[in-house]
Write a protein that binds this ligand. Structure first.
Ligand code: IYR
Length: 224
């Protein structure tokens, strides 16, 4: 390996094989309980919880460790209202034809439509932005690498952290999403990647049957 500054690995924890098996089973049982939810309670969630989850997301691996992401956590009613108005207007044109028949057919079992009341009802919306330019320091302006992959991994960490904290989430990707950059006052370099809605589920929250159908292990994994 080329010479470079490095510290000894001091925070790694090794578990016995039994414990490793038990932990992997526990993790699977926990993550299996994650569902995308479209009906949220307006009960407040402490900002510190959201901040910890975003801190967790920001530990994700990224191309050259450039951390090409920015998270905007929205709890302002006024900003949520603006996001809802814009998102619903784009979604209306999507559902009224832009999506095309095949896409709309694929969405039927989820029961979604252009109405997104949860964008105002949920206590927090987290807008995730990806950055084509940047670097390890906030004011760098170098090329970022594997931006989509990096931000995707960070988003997965975020969803996992929110779920582990006891919150439910919905990933939302209105198309186009550029309105989010404006509403969230992000610079040119930041491109809206995804919106995560999070909070407590509404008491009558449901999970579509369609979403519970998971491929078998053999379909998703080959052991060589
Ligand atoms: N963005 C739209 C449509 C939508 C698209 C997919 I692919 C989904 O898995 C779910 C919804 C909406 O949020 O309704």
């Amino acid at each position: 390996m080329q010479s470079h500054d490095a510290d000894p690995l001091t925070d790694y924890i090794e578990y016995s094989c039994e414990e490793m098996l038990a932990r992997s089973e526990t993790f699977y049982a926990e993550i299996k309980r994650r569902h995308s939810i479209r009906s949220f309670s307006n009960r407040p969630v402490p900002q510190a919880v959201i901040e910890n989850c975003i801190k967790s997301a920001a530990t994700a691996p990224s191309g050259a460790n450039h951390q090409p992401w920015h998270f905007v956590a929205v709890h302002s009613d006024d900003i949520k209202k603006q996001i809802r108005e814009q998102a619903e207007s784009h979604e209306r044109s999507f559902y009224e034809g832009r999506a095309g028949e095949e896409w709309l057919d694929a969405l039927k079992p989820l029961g979604t439509d252009a109405n997104k009341p949860y964008l105002e009802e949920a206590p927090w919306l987290i807008a995730i932005f990806s950055q084509k330019k940047g670097g390890i320091h906030a004011d760098d302006n170098n090329t970022n690498y594997y931006v989509h992959e990096s931000v995707g991994i960070a988003t997965g960490f975020l969803i996992n952290a929110l779920h582990s904290s006891g919150l439910v989430t919905l990933t939302h990707t209105p198309k186009p999403m550029s309105f989010l950059s404006k509403i969230c006052q992000r610079p040119e370099n930041d491109r809206a990647y995804m919106l995560i809605i999070t909070g407590y589920p509404a008491e009558d929250a449901t999970v579509p049957h369609h979403a519970l159908v998971k491929k078998s292990f053999d379909e998703v994994c080959t052991i060589l």
